[in-house]
Design a protein around this ligand. Sequence first.
Ligand code: ADP
Ligand code: ASP
Ligand code: MG
Length: 424
Amino acid sequence: MGIVVQKYGGSSVADADGIKRVAQRIVNTKKQGHEVVVVVSAMGDTTDDLRDLAEQVTPLPPPRELDMLLTAGERISMALLAMAVSSLGHEAQSFTGSQAGVITDSVHGKAKIIDITPGRIQSAIDEGHVAIVAGFQGVSQDTKDVTTLGRGASDTTAVALAAALGAEVCEIYTDVAGVFTADPRIVPAARKLDRVSHEEMLEMAASGAKILHLRCVEYARRYDVPIHVRTSFDTIEGTWVLPDTAEEGDTVEQAIIAGVAHDRSEAKITVVGVPDKVGEAARIFEVLAASEVNIDMVVQNVSAAATARTDISFTLPREDGQVAMAALAKIQDEVGYDKLLFDDRVGKVSLIGAGMRSHPGITAKFFAALAAAGVNIEMISTSEIRISVIVDEGQIDTAVRATHTAFDLDADEVEAVVYGGTGR
Ligand code: ADP
Ligand code: ASP
Ligand code: MG
């Protein structure tokens, strides 16, 4: 039997009992004859608590030091988990990201993995030990400083390690039983998907379904790593994330819609009164790119004939809002726009499904459901298998539930259980 990589999220190791429960699970897997490599997140909401603490000390903590602080969270859980496994009579060793060979670029707070050299992990499992690795962290190839890979990125550590070790599966253990048709915290009638394609999972993750980190899905697709998302609070089967949901010999047609996702992490900036001239939009987005701000949706209104001026609105990660506003303020005279508006009371709701390609009328049905629920659409964007809208933050839950119901996704009997976590 081969290597199994198991990733346990913060809610699974929230307290000492959780750590002991997870240790027992690891030992059970070992007893079945597998070599086990574990990736663990910080306990409960530790990462958020550490962030809050830093912000109490200074509103803009230096990124290097913030990474140094946040990586401490995973050090705590990995050491405690190794102790718990040892107490059950199995050798276990914990490793920081750097010790595990997670080599990254040097962008603090959102570093990308550029290589994995898991020599020490391989040696540990060769000796029959359980290797426990701190998720979410690595070491910069250039500066040798400790880096973090972005919020929720322990999933990516796990899949990247699974790929580097040639593991047979990467199990992602969390506080819900798998990937559902919507966040069970908002839609109790959400249904668990038995399997979901990389393509649909990528769109769901990119649209804010934080059950899986986007880059972990990209990794899984590129290196062909099967992911099994399941709960650590029960032994039931979860959701398999696999290349294609259609199995050979399948007679039943694939579902048209995979699910509804929502995202509360975006903000909207409107550049008001931009002169309607060639090159203005390019200039605006060039300065944003130079500031490393990722843009999501963009809308440019038709210019008013009388003024020959137009408004350009776009969405971006809320946390990049101040950087973006400052960058745009610097080019006000050069571009000649009137003013900037910043709105962080927005949310994004997305409908995802590969069947959209071949079924007309999905957009109309989506918008009709929102209208019937009294939800106003502020912006729209689409891909081949996704439709997203920006709505008022206060209407996200209503919009998600109305869409879920309109597309007949509600389960007859509630099957979604949220076992733990605070949803933070
Ligand atoms: P962990 O700490 O284990 O990494 P996360 O909080 O990052 O857990 O992700 C699990 C949470 O993702 C669930 O508790 C749930 O609220 C949320 N979630 C959002 N969309 C979905 C979905 N489509 N299916 C399941 N869970 C979802
Ligand atoms: N502890 C980190 C976070 O809260 C990483 C993770 O949980 O995946 O973002
Ligand atoms: Mg997570």
